[in-house]
Design a protein around this ligand. Structure first.
Ligand SMILES: Cc1cc2nc3c(=O)[nH]c(=O)nc-3n(C[C@H](O)[C@H](O)[C@H](O)COP(=O)(O)OP(=O)(O)OC[C@H]3O[C@@H](n4cnc5c(N)ncnc54)[C@H](O)[C@@H]3O)c2cc1C
Length: 296
């Protein structure tokens, strides 16, 4: 399989890349790790007239952590984050999730920004960005803006990016004290896209009551879904096993409207969502109480 012909640009700086995008707009597509775009081009599902390869734009590949949290350049490879002790400390939910994405060979090339910009509803990173309340930095030749992950994902493989914009950076806020996290998914084989996945981040107050819950599900809609109703069941309450089960059931019945396909029926996805949400919340609350800190 071969892609339709295209013009190839390989800018060395962010300014050059943004200028190319400004000049060519909707005819051009940025190429990051190529792990989604190249297969789509080979299948002729995507036919960009111009490819702007970001591989040499070094200023887009970085990782740093400070009191505000973790900052990742869009071209940071998924595997580099997976192997980073800095990322493990600063954003443990993100770090725990990375091995669930595809296979090491794909994560060696695949980037954080490419996965977010691709916005596959079955991808792990969009749901994790939502659960972590990450902020995304978008740049174009004549401007820039920061937007929360909740506003970035706008539909099926759709984002708030305009054709002239690049996603340049992701900022993950530092977790407050007494925060726990967990990621759970079921895939038919390890490395396959998940049938359902759940990312949970919970914070307890000093009395052990639930102060904040961010629960995001993948593979259950047109994009990552924030389970707001489930979260509302928990906030202000002491999280008991019964309450966690009720919240998980709420996530599966009222927060999502999962599709059916050749891999799973809507009813099976709801069942998975209830079970995985219960497991994720249980583990996240254990960690928030200080009971279980080790990565799985
Ligand atoms: C066999 C296989 C299995 C996979 N399994 C999984 C899986 O289980 N879970 C999962 O999440 N992913 C999976 N993937 C996809 C993989 O994670 C990709 O790496 C990722 O989705 C896209 O990242 P990329 O850097 O390769 O982006 P690319 O493929 O280069 O680009 C993807 C899209 O994003 C756009 N884009 C890229 N970077 C930017 C930017 N900085 N600004 C604006 N737009 C940008 C591109 O124009 C393109 O439209 C799989 C891929 C393969 C080949």
């Amino acid at each position: 399989m071969k892609p339709a012909s295209f013009v190839y640009h390989r800018p060395a700086t962010l300014d050059e890349a943004l200028a190319l995008l400004a000049d060519h707009g909707g005819d051009a597509k940025p190429l990051a790790g190529g792990q989604s775009l190249i297969p789509a081009m080979n299948f002729r599902l995507a036919r960009p007239a111009i490819l702007i390869d970001l591989d040499r734009v070094r200023e887009l590949a970085f990782m740093s952590a400070g009191p505000d949290g973790l900052r990742l350049g869009a071209m940071t490879r998924q595997r580099d984050v997976e192997r980073s002790p800095l990322a493990a400390r600063a954003a443990p939910l993100l770090h725990e999730t990375l091995p669930f994405i595809a296979h090491p060979q794909i994560r060696n090339r695949g980037t954080i920004g490419g996965s977010l910009a691709h916005a596959d509803p079955a991808a792990e990173l969009p749901a994790v960005a939502l659960a972590l309340d990450a902020r995304l930095h978008l740049k174009r030749r004549d401007g820039a803006r920061w937007i929360p992950a909740a506003e970035f994902f706008t539909g099926l493989f759709a984002t708030a990016l305009t054709p002239e914009e690049l996603l340049v950076e992701v900022a993950v806020p530092a977790p407050p004290a007494r925060t726990g996290w967990a990621f759970e998914e079921v895939a038919r084989r390890h490395g396959d896209y998940a049938l359902v996945g759940v990312a949970a981040a919970v914070t307890l107050d000093s009395q052990g009551r639930c102060e904040r819950v961010r629960l995001a599900l993948l593979s259950v809609g047109e994009g990552p879904v924030l389970a707001a109703r489930a979260a509302a069941r928990l906030v202000g309450e002491t999280p008991t096993a019964d309450l966690v089960r009720a919240a998980a059931d709420a996530a599966a019945t009222s927060d999502i409207d999962p599709p059916g396909d050749i891999h799973a029926s809507p009813a099976y996805r709801r069942q998975l969502a209830a079970v995985l949400t219960r497991r994720a919340l249980t583990r996240a609350f254990e960690r928030a109480r200080g009971g279980r800190q080790e990565p799985r």
